[in-house]
Design a protein around this ligand. Structure first.
Ligand code: SF4
Length: 358
């Protein structure tokens, strides 16, 4: 296949994607360079922030890769108080973050869903409607998604983790609580409710092939999602998947594949929002900047009160866990300026792909 011809395409076959994901050395650099060029042309060099609030690590699920899973009894469970959430919102406003993201372990009991509704109303009131809100609170009924949308959330991230059903059940228990079909239905339901809907996958999972990853990219495109968050799989010691620690591809290979996945997706879906996940920084000290240069345009600096953060480790050795929010802001300013990007302060930074269809 001729690389130069491929790099000017937007619609790829699975075989073409497998070829691009296999690039190395100078050819890989050409792919990353092209993705940056497309990003700058279509969405510019602004990176938008989502101040992350890791609201609660109480979760009813048992995903086999996750440090917060219900079966991990080494974690101290917490839920951030309303006052602490409001302080995070005030801090986001003070720091000029245009949006927050509320992430939580998955619960669908009424006390939890009502609490999120209440918080959304209060956050909107408190910020005079100025703060954009992304939710990442797992699978819920269509009614709950509707209620949260009406209360002020307008973006929702629900990662599929892999679009290969067989692999999905290798990384989740195969039961009704972790149904692949239900996950898919929830993503469609979010789209129906009018959310800017995001999904994503892990890269470098045990037994995952390049073909699986090419299919993941085609899955995002077919679903026409507005946002994507992808990151390398990092095994957590207190989870069942840690037994694969020595049999999966190397950290560097997982990181390089993440770069290529992000770059390919930017060529395929030029106007979507793509997160430079913190997991990349766990592998490479300049991981997030490198992912931004490969096509990502969203960063999620952590606003969670520091005393809770050690107990929200979906994967281990998370970068910036001890950083204070103002240190984090200054650090991001400098890091992004070094790669000729700027932060979109006080802007929601919605997905252009959601509003402008090709
Ligand atoms: S990945 Fe999410 S739903 Fe699964 S166990 Fe972890 S927090 Fe719960």
């Amino acid at each position: 296949m001729k690389l130069e011809t491929l790099l000017n395409k937007k619609d790829f076959t699975k075989e073409e994607l497998i070829f691009l994901l296999g690039l190395e050395g100078e050819d890989m650099d050409k792919l990353l360079k092209k993705a940056l060029e497309v990003k700058l042309k279509e969405v510019g060099n602004t990176v938008y922030l989502r101040g992350l609030i890791e609201y609660s690590n109480r979760c009813t699920k048992n995903c086999l890769y996750c440090g917060v899973r219900i079966g991990n009894d080494k974690v101290e469970r917490y839920t951030v108080s309303d006052e602490d959430v409001f302080e995070c919102v005030d801090l986001a406003m003070k720091l000029g973050y245009g949006s927050i993201a509320i992430q939580s372990g998955e619960r669908s009991d009424k006390a939890f869903t009502d609490k999120i509704t209440y918080l959304l109303h209060e956050i909107k009131k408190r910020s005079d409607g100025k703060i954009g809100v992304t939710l990442s609170c797992g699978e819920q009924t269509e009614e709950v998604y509707k209620e949260w949308f009406e209360a002020g959330a307008h973006r929702y991230l629900l990662r599929i983790e892999t679009s290969n059903k067989e692999l999905y059940y290798k990384i989740h228990p195969n039961d009704d609580k972790h149904s692949f079909e239900k996950r898919l239905d929830a993503i469609y339901s979010l789209k129906n409710q009018g959310y800017q809907t995001g999904t994503g996958v892990m890269i470098g999972l045990p037994t995952q092939t390049i073909e699986d990853l090419a299919n993941d990219l085609l899955f995002f495109k077919k679903l026409d999602v507005a946002m994507v968050g992808m990151g390398p799989f990092i095994p957590h010691d207190d989870t069942p998947l840690s037994i694969y620690r020595d049999s999966i591809i190397s950290e560097q290979d997982r990181f390089d594949l993440t770069l290529k996945m992000v770059a390919c997706l930017r060529l395929m879906m030029p106007r979507i929002n793509m997160v430079a996940a913190t997991a990349n920084q766990t592998i490479d000290p300049k991981g997030r900047e490198k992912i931004v240069q490969a096509g990502a345009n969203i960063i999620m600096p952590n606003l969670t009160p520091t005393r809770f953060r050690e107990n929200y480790l979906i994967y281990p050795n998370k970068a910036c866990v001890g950083d204070k929010p103002d240190e984090c802001k200054n650090c991001l300013d400098l890091r992004l300026a070094a790669v000729k990007h700027k932060i979109g302060y006080n802007e929601w930074g919605d997905s252009k792909a959601f509003f402008i269809k090709d």
